[in-house]
Structure formats: C-alpha cells, structure tokens
Ligand binder design. Sequence first.
Ligand code: AHR
Length: 500
Amino acid sequence: MARIYINETRKVSHINPEIYGQFSEHLGRCIYEGLYVGEDSDIPNVNGMRSDVVEALKEIRVPVLRWPGGCFADEYHWKDGIGPKEQRKKMINTHWGGVVEDNSFGTHEYFELCRQLGCKTYINGNVGSGTVQEMSEWVEYMTFNGLSPMASLRAANGHEKPWKVDIFGVGNESWGCGGNMRPTYYGDLYRRYQTYVRNYDADAPIQKVACGPNVNDYEWTEKVLDTCFNPSPCHLHGFMDYLSLHYYTTPGPWEHKGSATEFTVEEWYNTLHKALYMEELVEKHGAIMDRYDPEKKIGLAVDEWGTWFDVEPGTNPGFLYQQNTMRDALVAAVTLNIFNKHSDRVKLACIAQMVNVLQSMILTDKERMLLTPTYHIFHMYRSHQDAELIESRIEGVETEGGAMYEVPTLQESVSVDQDGVLTLTVANLSLENSYPVEVSLEKLKPTSVEASILTDEKDAFNSFDEPDRVAERAFDGVAVTEQGLKFTIPACAVVSLRIR
Ligand code: AHR
C-alpha cells in the first residue's frame, strides 16, 4: 500500500503553461507533411496547415512552439523564407537528411501556425552562421510597428501589422552544432547579439534565451552565467530571461541507442532510470543558477527533451522518425511530474518534437494521422498548465529495476487550478506490480473525482492500422473515503485525477 499525502493548503510554485511547450524543426517530416502541406494539397488544410493535426494539437493546449530548430536554426537565413513562394531559394538541408528545403514554410507560415494553435511564439535565432545584422533585421521584420526597411518589407509581403515574438533564443547548442564554441566565447557573443534583439513594443518585451548546457556540463552553466548574468538597473534579469538545457533519454550509446518498439524489461528500467536523471540535472544546474540569481528571476528552459531511439527501420536516418510506446508515455509522465515539482526554476520546456520526429505527439502517413501515447499524457496533464503546484509526497513506494537501473515504482505531482480543482497525476513505472494507493488531503473533503488512465503492455503503440490501441480511457476505480481517496493503479500505467 502506498500513501500520497497532499497538503492542498500549501501552494509551492506556479506551473508556467510553457513547461508543456513543443518544438518543431525543419527536420524530416515534422514541418513538411506533418504540419504544413501547402494550400494546394488534397489533405484538408487552412492556409496550408493540415487541419487534422492542428485540431488534435489544440486539444492538448499547446502553450508555446519553438521554431525553426535545433541545429537547423544556426544554418537558417530567414530572408530565404519570405516573399512569393516560387521565388524562395531552394537548398539542401545539410543537417537533416540531405533533402531539398524549398523554404515554403517561413516566418509568415510559422506565425500563421501559431495563430491557429493559439500558442505563444518562440523563435530561435542564428548565431552559428548568421550575423548580428541578420538577427537584428529579423526581429525588426517581425515586430517593428512603424516606418522601417524591414517593416516595409513585411508589409510588401502581405503582413502590415507586426507579430508578437514572445521568446527569442540567441543560438542553439552553441557548444555543438551551433558553432562548437567555448562557454566564455559564447557568453560574449550572447551579450553582443542579444543587444540587437530590440524590444520595439515596450508593452510586449521579448524574453531572451541564452544557450545553456548539454546534459551535465555544469562548467558551461557556470561560465555562461558568469559572463552574461549581470543584473543592473537597466538589465534587471542580467541579459537573459532563460538559460536553456538539453537532455535526451537514450537507453543505449549514441551509435546504437536501441529500438523504439523492441526492448527488454532491462531496457525499460534503463530508459526510465535515465529519464529520472532529469531531476538531478534540474537540481544541479538550478543550484548554480541560485548562486547568481537567488531570486529566481530567470528560468531554466529545458527546450529539448524526450526519448531518442534508433530510427524506424527503412526510414531516412536523417529524419529521426521513431514509433512511440507506453515506455515513451512513462518517460513523458515522469518528466512532466519533475518539471511540475521544480516549477520554481523550470519555466519553459519543449519536448522534441511535435510531429513525426523523435518523441512526437502525432505521427502522419500522407493523409493519415495517429495520436501517440505521449500525446495522451500531454492531454491527461493539461490541467497542470497555469495551476499552482501544491505540496505532496508518497510513502511506501518500492523500487524496481535492480541496482543498475533502480527506479521508484510510483511518482506523482499535484496542482490546484484557479477554480480550486486539484489535479493529481501518478505514474506506475513497475512492469509487474499494481499498487493500492490511499490519498489523504489536509482539509479538503472531496465530493467528486473525474479520472482517466493510460495503460497497456510495455511496448504497445498505435499504428496506422490500429490507431487507438493505446488511448486515454475513463478510470472508474477511484473511491472517496473518510481521509480522501483510494484506488489501485495497474502496472505500467499513468492516472490523472481531477478532484473537487
Ligand atoms: O532535436 C534534434 C536535434 O537535437 C536538434 O536539432 C539539436 O538541437 C539537438 O542536438
């Protein structure tokens, strides 16, 4: 028997909706086919965005969408992607699969997609191979409201009014594909480039993201903060609003990460053990940030995270297309619980990537599409967005996975929304054991509970022949008791409870 204690009288931190953000890169079939099919496609679309995919994404309340990369961002020259489509430059996407990039999806199309999704915008600028002037002009093109060369160009291309850029990343993985820089060199470049990311609208300032560490590169965090985090009356947050962190969960070594669908029990626990490592990363990078920024003015932006397996056999290795099983669902569930629990510092996160690439929400095959187990987790967790994290802990949790890959069997997070409704999400990482769970609340006497569950075999996935095999279902096993609630969570399952 496990016991979850919830102290709903103690609010811990605000869960920024942007923790539930998404990432879409010009990579494989994420943008082209996955999101954008063009106005002339037979696939139903609105201004070129495929309607089935947009409708499904609206259901999970995408709060923010990062674009155009990733590694692609540091090779992207935004002027190639504006103006009449037939005149846009065609080029090779050297980073991802060596295919032709015709630039038919560019700045205007990105803002149209975000408009349809109703989400915030997060543009990643090019430091690796772009100039300060190019970055500065892009910001002017997107956001300047008045007479200027770039605002006039935007108007000539059919968009009179400026758009709103909520978040702007100054370089991506500058320690790797974004220029192989060293931290102090990047830190100096960051200071310079970000100077020209102008805030043309004082009422809607752009939040800036400095490139943060790869996984556990604590020296990068330290040195970039030392170089750039410099609060002064005119730069209250130093020069940044966020520092990014990238961490992918791969069960095997980089050359042989392992199959997305065929894996052993040991690989199950290995993968979840590695997913749980996110907590240590957030805490240790967070501790360094605390020394520079004890008031937590800047956020950690985990703007690339998720599983990374060997590509689906027979597909272009540069497209990073992989299936998505219950293992991915559990990785998403535990990671989002970690982000909720650390929402005092984690203010933004983007899973990689939204459609057809890595740990996707949606897979498409020409006109067909399916929702992955990961999509269902985002749906089950959607009420955490913009809620207040509340204090909770679990007692009586066993561990599994052996000495090598030990994981707690149960993991939870709890929040309360503006209507006073609690959301409790619980993951059972065990492949063998179901657990009776008692939930006790400090004061609240629940009157009603709505619950849903995602559960199946460890390697179950949705295919185009069987698209609804793994799906969120109503969970009617929750009983209201004197102390709170009780239910039994099956093995390999995630439950979401809305408690009134
Ligand atoms: O998400 C795929 C790639 O992973 C991104 O382009 C890059 O930033 C990271 O290495």
